[in-house]
Design a protein around this ligand. Structure first.
Ligand SMILES: CC(=O)/C=C/C=C(C)/C=C/C1=C(C)CCCC1(C)C
Ligand SMILES: CC(/C=C/C=O)=C\C=C\C=O
Ligand SMILES: [Fe+2]
Length: 570
């Protein structure tokens, strides 16, 4: 097994990724290459001045800039480190801690996300295209040992080897290699077959990371191929998670399985006969059993996009969004404004409820149009007459699909500080189980209280599928082009506590309950913050007061990341 590199090794060029990311640092398309290079050099020296000595090693700065250079640069729009590729493949070291890490916090927080957005001079277009970068924070007796590492997916390895994109990513389709172009393997029937067999799809598992009940740790994305096992201590890639159930020919999966100590639930969308398979896998097994199938209600060609879903104690809540997979857009080489999807509100929006035990769909209701990436939680409740109603909460983007395009890197890089982030809220669905045709969608808490941004959520995992009170998520302090605050939402009292510091971009606040806790919010919230000055740190907030209890600073800047998990030390 290869050992992780030290800071000293990292200073050598051997481990530093190619400099083809130069253009990534700037958003202003009008500047020419020479200007970009000059800005890059100045900017890197500026970062080096601002962050610690160790960080200087990372970015390999030769000299501090002169004052006029700094002033010139201050006035320019520089790319926030949140949207800049990681500067090296891997790093490991101890972090400097300010404050006090609770001694009960023993274990590893892992975060996945796209962290490298360029290869061989090609700059990726969308946040979701970047190559998976795992970050770990290992908490041990009040100390924090941390690191990051690029996931060795086939997509990343091939891109490195051939110096170009080789698989279809979220928004990008590879161009044919010039020497093969007369045969053009990326056109016609061959390409359709390669797409539908999954061959040309990415396995770049850059979205989430989960710990299965049996202890295996898996990185995931929406392609089934993108299910990859990793070692949570070394961050090494172990290999593909091989499903032995014959369900992998349906190339797509939800990026957010629901995992407990005993089982994993997920959804497998069916692009040919629009619908979803609801599947369950026992801890220790690689075989998913199909519990039931939901048939799409709408007459559209594709099923609704399903990034995540929800469960209650007895039911699985399956969303059918009006934002639908589009086979037509899947086959297009160039992205459409909605990428692989299309917006079909005229065909209706639905939610389906399946019994976990029998696989029978017990409710299928039409609801107002909605757009969500992330369900927060769901539970069974009683209505005023005592009849069962399902409550399902999600981060809802006011049925506005613009959020998908807002996550284009050019937009993120060029609109920093502008108030262009579309509004979002906590959407609460009420789904009656009495055969009603319609469900309701309400705003759970006045969105102004969390700055009208709401995504990247977590809850106390002990309340999964149960009544619950607290949601931790990214909110906003306006003006902003991206969620820039951490919010604790009390959905019962309808109160919100926000954490915000100027120029910071925090990733998903992840709640870890204190062992033995009685109160739902007794625990800590972990988030990794990318700073405007090019640095980054992990922050720990008290789950109850939402006050900062500690921060642990990285000697370099980490980009934004998506979802995390907690691996307790036994
Ligand atoms: C990072 C994130 O949240 C989502 C990633 C989604 C991906 C990688 C989706 C990939 C897809 C293709 C490459 C073609 C087929 C459709 C789809 C699943 C959207
Ligand atoms: C980062 C994000 C949305 C932020 C907007 O408010 C969505 C990420 C989705 C994938 O996990
Ligand atoms: Fe997600």
């Amino acid at each position: 097994m290869a050992s992780l590199i030290t800071t000293k090794e990292m200073m050598s060029h051997h481990h530093v990724l190619s400099s083809s990311r130069l253009t990534n640092l700037y958003s202003d398309n009008s500047i020419n290459d020479q200007q970009i290079k000059t800005k890059y050099q100045v900017s890197h020296r500026l970062f080096a001045r601002r962050i610690s000595g160790a960080a200087r090693a990372v970015i390999n700065s030769p000299m501090p800039p002169s004052v006029p250079e700094i002033e010139k640069l201050e006035g320019e729009r520089r790319c926030h480190v949140a949207w800049a590729s990681v500067q090296q493949e891997k790093w490991e070291g101890e972090l400097t801690v300010q404050g006090k890490i609770p001694t009960w916090l023993n274990g590893t927080y892992l975060r996945n996300g796209p962290g490298l957005w360029n290869i061989g001079g090609h700059d990726f277009r969308h946040l979701f295209d970047g190559y998976s970068t795992l970050v770990k924070l290992q908490f041990e007796g009040g100390r924090v040992f941390a690191g990051h590492r690029l996931l060795e997916s086939d997509a990343y390895k091939a891109a490195k080897k051939h110096n170009r994109l080789c698989y279809r990513e979220f928004s990008e389709t590879p161009k044919p290699a010039i020497r093969n172009s007369f045969k053009n393997p990326f056109s016609g029937i061959g390409e359709i077959l390669r797409l539908f067999s999954g061959e040309s799809l990415t396995d770049n598992a850059n979205t989430g990371v989960i710990r299965l009940g049996d202890g295996r740790v898996m990185c995931l994305t929406e392609t089934q191929k993108g299910s990859i096992l990793v070692d949570h201590e070394t961050l090494e890639t172990i290999g593909k998670f091989e499903y032995d159930d014959g369900l992998s020919d349906h190339m797509i999966q939800s990026a957010h399985p629901i995992v407990t100590e005993t089982e994993m639930w997920t959804l497998i969308p069916d692009l040919v006969k629009p619908g979803y398979r609801v599947v369950r896998m026992e801890a220790g097994s690689n075989r998913r059993e199909v519990v039931g199938r939901v048939k799409c209600r709408s007459g559209s060609w594709g099923p609704g996009w399903v990034h995540s879903f929800a469960v209650t104690e007895n039911y699985v809540v399956v969303p059918e969004m009006p934002l639908r997979y589009s086979v037509k857009n899947l086959l297009r080489a160039e992205p459409t404004p909605l990428y692989k999807f299309e917006w079909c509100p005229q065909d209706g929006a639905f939610l389906h409820v399946m019994s976990k035990l029998t696989g029978v769909v017990v409710a299928s209701v039409e609801v107002p149009a909605y757009v969500t990436f992330h369900f927060i939680n769901a539970y069974e409740d009683a209505d005023e007459n005592g009849a069962t109603v399902i409550i399902a909460d999600c981060c809802e983007h006011n049925a506005d699909t613009r959020i998908l395009d807002m996550l284009r890197l050019h937009t993120l890089r060029s609109s920093h500080g502008q108030d262009v982030l579309p509004d979002a809220r906590i959407g609460r669905f009420r789904i009656p189980l009495d055969g009603s045709k319609y469900g309701r969608l309400e705003t759970a808490v006045e969105a102004e209280k969390h700055g009208r941004a709401m995504d990247m959520c977590s809850i106390n995992p002990l309340h999964l599928g149960q009544k619950y009170r607290y949601v931790y998520a990214c909110g906003a302090k306006r003006p902003c082009n991206f969620p820039n605050a951490l919010s604790k939402v009390d959905i019962v009292e309808k109160k919100v506590k926000n954490w915000h510091e100027h120029g910071m971009i925090p990733s998903e606040p992840f709640f870890v309950p204190r062992p033995g806790a009685i109160h739902e919010d007794d625990g800590v919230v972990i988030s990794i913050i990318s700073e405007e000055n090019g640095g980054s740190f992990a922050i720990l907030l008290d789950g109850s007061s939402f006050e900062e209890i500690a921060r642990a600073t990285f000697p370099y800047g980490l980009p934004y990341g998506l979802h995390g998990c907690w691996i307790p030390k036994h």
